[in-house]
Design a protein around this ligand. Structure first.
Ligand code: GN1
Ligand code: MG
Length: 540
């Protein structure tokens, strides 16, 4: 005979008795501290004694705390604690019902919901898809919990109440705007945690983790707050990015490549926007995490640098036919080195933080090179060098590598894709990758321009891009290296003088340290400039 022991013989307990009988239990008895009656066989504390006679029991108290408390006691004691589902309820096969929950008459529990232990879904309520009713919560008579909601443990949803949306605390989400962004892209219900991600100097980046197939947490998305101090017009930035990535996906399809991993794929907000604007007016965007990829801050093996040369050369080719006129200039005059020089002079003149006195020799280093700054710009104005669609921020850590094959996989950081010079893309890669130290190495003795790495990059880049580059462009590449490095150093130093308002810094002299490494590299490139040109000739 199927029997059931019910703790609590009050009104709700009686409803559960009827439900139990309707479900085919034949012998149903109560434990209750106050009620008397034929079917009340003892007090609640007798539950241990009764276990041998009654293998199954539930705690049917209307009070949320009491119901959860006794459900846990029964489970600890080793009782079978069934989920009680009235025969008239409709429960999706994909819903999870935990022990000791109650699903009453005419309730609807929709797809992928979870009803935790001792939760009560009362008569006529609807819990829509992907919602969670936590342990011991009560969803009242005729109420509606809309999709993707979480009803916290112990909470009572009143009779007839409609829950439109809820939020839960997500680990790593430490600001209101980040939380708003997580929810704007629809990750709220599934997201396990959020962690800072990447080494960029401009935007704020997070990886969004969710449960993977085997239950382990995996990063599935990257969420990024665009720095509007740097990118004044996020609409235009996102227009460029959506345009370029869509175009690249078509090309990758024609090349037979991997559409999910060889270019970034951005997603829209739940409202269909290309980014989300938080309450402070800050834009957030989101893209798929590229699985099985890795990013390097410095060349560890020469092969990596060669791979990055192939990748950037390939990128230039892939975008060869891209309609450049459709691109917005996201940062005007981004690599106009003469303008960068003027900005630098202005920063030095104003010296708002009174820092010029600690970097006199670095300032002089820049001032002595005013003439160099015009070298490529003049060739552009004279029509010697053509404008192309370029990346403009081609450092090694803006490429993802395939973890298994170690090949260059995907170019990232597409914010500055604009018409520009091939020499600048080539040069920025050399600036960052052909150095023996990281960009912010404090010990200058460790910082050298590595001509062998330079050669490796020249080889890879020309293997890929030689056929599309003009002879003048090829000849301009060594100057690109010198000028991108000088320009970047000037930008770091100008930012130091202005009080670190542009690049993220970790300590007060960070930008000065960065500027020094760049100037060390410039000096060594100048010393070896003839050699750099000779190396280039070997690969033409
Ligand atoms: C910045 O965002 P990130 O870290 O990839 C900067 C580049 C500099 C680089 C120096 C938009 O790039 O121009 O070369 O730092 N990006 C912008 O490491 O200014
Ligand atoms: Mg970057």
């Amino acid at each position: 005979m199927r029997s059931l022991l019910i703790l609590g013989a009050g009104g709700f307990g009686q409803m559960i008795k009827e439900t139990a009988l309707a479900l085919g239990y034949e012998k149903v008895v109560f434990l209750d501290d106050a009620a008397k009656g034929e079917d009340v066989i003892g007090m609640c504390c007798d539950y241990v004694l009764r276990h041998s006679d009654y293998p199954a029991a539930v705690a049917a108290f209307g009070n949320n705390k009491t119901r959860l408390f006794w459900t846990d006691k029964l489970l600890e004691e080793g009782y079978e604690v069934p989920a009680m589902v009235h025969p008239s309820a409709i429960v999706s096969p994909s819903a999870t019902l935990e022990p000791g929950c109650f699903i009453m008459q005419r309730v609807v529990v929709n797809t992928h919901t979870r009803i935790e232990r001792a939760a009560l879904i009362n008569s006529g309520a609807v819990v829509d898809h992907d919602s969670i009713v936590c342990a011991g919560a009560h969803v009242g008579l005729g109420s509606v919990v809309k999709a993707n909601c979480t009803i916290e443990s112990g909470r009572k949803v009143e009779a007839g109440e409609v829950i439109l949306s809820t939020r839960r605390k997500i680990e790593g989400v430490d600001s209101r705007s980040l939380e708003d962004a997580v929810y704007a892209f629809g990750f709220g219900p599934q997201c396990s945690y959020v962690k800072p991600f990447g080494e960029g100097h401009i935007n704020e980046t997070y990886a969004v983790y969710m449960p993977g197939q085997d239950g382990k947490e995996v990063p599935l998305y990257v969420l990024q707050r665009i720095n509007i101090n740097v990118f004044k017009n996020p609409d235009q930035v996102m227009d460029n990015i959506f345009g370029v990535t869509e175009y690249l996906r078509n090309i990758i399809r024609q090349e037979g490549g991997d559409l999910d991993r060889e270019t970034l794929s951005y997603i829209k907000t739940k409202d269909g926007e290309s980014y989300f604007e938080d309450d402070n007016g800050q834009p957030w965007r989101c893209l798929h995490y590229v699985p099985n990829s890795v990013c390097y801050q410095q060349v560890e093996r020469p092969e990596q640098f060669y791979q990055s040369a192939l990748s950037f050369g390939h990128f230039l080719k892939q975008l060869g036919e891209y309609p450049a006129e459709s691109l917005y200039e996201t940062i005007p005059q981004f690599h106009d080195t003469r303008k960068r020089f003027r900005d630098f002079v202005e920063a030095e003149r104003k010296d708002v933080k009174n820092r010029a006195r600690v970097c006199r020799s670095e300032i002089d280093f820049v001032l002595a090179r005013e003439k160099d700054c015009g070298t490529l710009m003049e060739q552009l104005e004279d029509g010697v060098l053509p404008l192309r669609v370029t990346h403009n921020d081609t450092k090694l850590n803006n490429i993802l590598f395939d973890k298994d094959t170690e090949e260059g996989l995907c170019i990232i950081d597409l914010d500055t894709i604009m018409p520009g010079l091939a020499a600048n893309d080539f040069g920025d890669s050399i600036r960052f990758g052909a150095s023996t130290a990281e960009e912010d190495e404090q010990d200058l003795e460790k910082v050298h321009f590595d001509i062998d790495l330079y050669e490796i990059y020249v080889k890879g880049y020309l293997e890929m891009a030689k056929e599309v580059l003009t002879p003048a462009e090829i000849e301009s590449l060594p100057w690109g290296a010198r000028l991108m490095t000088l320009e970047c150093g000037m930008r770091f130093l100008a930012d130091f003088l202005q009080g670190d308002v542009y690049f993220k810094t970790a300590y007060p002299e960070h930008n000065l340290v960065r500027a020094r490494t760049q100037f060390r590299l410039v000096k060594e490139m100048e010393e070896q400039f003839d050699k750099m040109k000779d190396v280039l000739k070997k690969y033409i």
